[in-house]
Write a protein that binds this ligand. Structure first.
Ligand SMILES: C[S@@+](CC[C@H](N)C(=O)[O-])C[C@H]1O[C@@H](n2cnc3c(N)ncnc32)[C@H](O)[C@@H]1O
Length: 320
């Protein structure tokens, strides 16, 4: 097979785990010389990988697969203030939501560590960490957390550092989850973050942990079942009701929530899209299929008393 064929096959595989994808071929698909075209037509900036198409043939359409639509929070043009409105709301929800099973699950990432230190990737405004480290939660006794993000919310990190008396600190410089500097040491977590990445990048995040030999835990408190998607229509009402309780107090947040309700609509859209993007356990298994030196635990469990489920992946180097 030529290099291009390899690339096409690879893109077919990664897209097959990703958005709804048309895989188009010409010639005999079993023939080594066949060319493959993958059109990721739901993805923003869909990908057309190969250019051979005398007779297009549709060989795979999976309407239930992961859909990677546009999210406001992902846009580099989004003003910092708006990113904060979104992530501070998410942080509030993670702290107060009925996700009782989450702490014990996350704590398993540092099971058996002598000096338990977590490098939290895609931290946003800190997710559940302030509560987990501040309250007398035995799961995280002695655990230290480094909060990181591609767009570090330094003000939130400093607030959390004060609130947790230094057990959580923030990394000042941006950290790209797909390429964590080697000197940023610790077992890794990503909470409600992996769905931001297309399959190739998501795989790169896992590959980076494997390459550096560190454990990694991925947790998503969303899934694509109808029972989880339907209640999302209530998000705008939740935002309207909860905004006065979200900290810190920001005049902009009030104006853009009650005068012109842009924030509730943005959070609604991002919430819905996030749920549609979440990797299922089967898709996570495909992402890690090549990382044989690691033990992977992948599952979906109830998050607490509500209908939400936590889809999770915990990977650690195989003990020989
Ligand atoms: C849903 S938000 C925050 C999730 C947060 N862990 C929580 O629980 O509230 C996802 C975060 O991922 C960050 N992000 C996006 N792309 C990233 C990348 N390549 N590397 C690191 N962080 C990234 C965004 O800046 C955003 O803060």
């Amino acid at each position: 097979m030529s290099e291009q064929d390899d690339e096409s096959t690879e893109s077919m595989r990664s897209n097959a785990t990703g958005s709804v994808a048309f895989v188009l071929t010409f010639g005999d698909f079993d023939d080594q010389s066949c060319r493959v075209i993958v059109v990721d037509w739901w993805g923003v900036g869909g990908q057309l990988r190969s250019q051979y198409s005398p007779c297009w043939r549709l060989i795979r359409v999976d309407p239930m697969s992961r859909v990677h639509l546009f999210e406001f929070n992902d846009q580099s043009w989004l003003p910092e203030a708006w990113r904060r409105y979104i992530t501070e709301y998410l942080q509030f929800m993670l702290e107060h939501g009925p996700f009782d099973e989450l702490p014990a699950l996350i704590a398993r990432v540092v099971d058996g560590a002598d000096e338990p230190r977590i490098v939290d990737l895609c931290s946003g405004s800190g997710g559940p960490w302030p509560t987990y480290l501040e309250e007398p939660l035995t799961e995280f006794e002695g655990v230290e957390v480094l909060l990181t993000d591609l767009h570090p919310h330094r003000e939130a990190f400093e607030r959390i550092e004060r609130r947790t008396e230094g057990r959580a600190t923030g990394h000042e410089a941006p950290i790209d989850a797909t390429d964590v500097p080697a000197d940023v040491e610790g077992r890794r977590t990503i909470i409600n973050g992996l769905h931001h990445f297309q399959p190739e990048q998501a795989r790169a995040i896992l590959a980076d942990a494997v390459e550096k030999g560190v454990s990694i835990g991925v947790f998503e408190i969303m899934d694509r079942r109808a029972v989880s998607l339907i209640p999302l229509v209530l998000i705008p009402l939740f935002v309207l009701f909860l905004t006065p309780f979200v900290r810190p107090f920001r005049v902009g947040r009030l104006l853009w929530t009650y005068l012109l309700p842009v924030i509730p609509l943005m959070i609604f859209w991002d919430g819905l899209v996030s749920a549609l993007r979440v990797y299922s356990p089967e898709e996570l298994r495909v992402l890690v299929a090549d990382f044989d030196d690691y033990e992977w635990e992948i599952d979906s469990v109830p998050a607490g008393k509500g209908p939400q489920r936590i889809t999770y992946l915990i990977g650690e180097p195989q003990r020989s």
